[in-house]
Structures are given as structure tokens and as C-alpha cells.
Design a binder for this molecule. Structure first.
Ligand code: ZN
Length: 146
């Protein structure tokens, strides 16, 4: 996996030059998830970077989708992740070798957006059934094996 795509070459950003960022990435760069948490869609990152007054500014939008099991029925639930207007500011003095990688900050932002628990449609229809201990005789909603 090349990490080059996360690199910003600061010397290309002189004289107010802005550079566009447009990436569609395999979610593997996010690393290993907790059990049941999966990213199956590409991570789309769009934005721009520029320098001003001794600082590098990175402005990003990130979009993807995570699936995780419903806390009640274990059915996989899709949860869209969309982060708008994310800004990162780094002092140019702190940038070594003329390059800045935004990989870590993107990972952090996306993972912060993964809910700790979720339910189907924010209110699992099986909630009621569980409360009644499946008193209807059961069998009508076999839990799907993952
Ligand atoms: Zn559910």
C-alpha cells in the first residue's frame, strides 16, 4: 500500500498556489477494525491544500460507509460517514523534508465517526420481540448467520 497519495509537497504550494486533493482509496489504510466493524466502500477524500503565513492548511471532506452489527439483533447495519469542512493546520517550521502526510489525521477523523453501537433504523424492530422473550413461538425471524 503506497502512502504517497497522502503526501503534500509543500514546495509546490508557493505564491498562493493551491493544490486539489481528490482520492478514492481502499479502506484498508484505516487499519484493523474491532470485530464486526467493516469498511466495504472506498474512502473518498476531496479537498485542497495551501500555505499562508507560515502555515500549511489542509481542507478536506471525507466520505465512506461503515457496517457494524445491530446491538439488538446482530444484523449488519450500514452507517454513512461524511465529514465536511475538516481543517488541519500545521506550522511550516514543523514540516520535515518538505512533505506532510495527512494519512493519520484522516484515519483518526473517520474512526472517531464510527458509532460505538448501532441499531437497525436507529430503533431495532426486534427490540419488542426481545422484550417478550420471543413469546410468539419464534422461528419467523431466524437470525442470519454472518
Ligand atoms: Zn436490529
Amino acid at each position: 500500500m503506497l502512502d504517497d497519495q497522502f503526501l503534500i509537497y509543500v514546495d509546490r504550494l508557493q505564491n498562493g498556489h493551491k493544490e486539489k486533493i481528490e482520492l478514492e482509496l481502499d479502506p484498508a489504510f484505516l487499519g484493523k477494525m474491532e470485530w464486526g466493524v467493516e469498511f466495504q466502500k472506498p474512502v473518498i477524500i476531496q479537498g485542497e491544500c495551501y500555505t499562508t503565513k507560515g502555515e500549511l492548511l489542509v481542507h478536506l471532506e471525507m466520505k465512506t460507509e461503515v457496517t457494524l452489527p445491530c446491538a439488538i439483533c446482530n444484523e449488519l447495519v450500514k452507517h454513512p460517514i461524511q465529514i465536511r469542512n475538516f481543517y488541519c493546520v500545521e506550522s511550516l517550521n514543523r514540516i520535515k523534508n518538505g512533505t506532510f502526510s495527512f494519512k493519520e489525521i484522516v484515519c483518526e477523523e473517520i474512526l472517531l465517526d464510527v458509532p460505538l453501537t448501532t441499531e437497525c433504523n436507529d430503533n431495532c424492530p426486534k427490540r419488542g420481540e426481545l422484550a417478550k422473550y420471543f413469546s410468539k413461538g419464534g422461528g419467523s425471524h431466524p437470525f442470519s448467520e454472518l
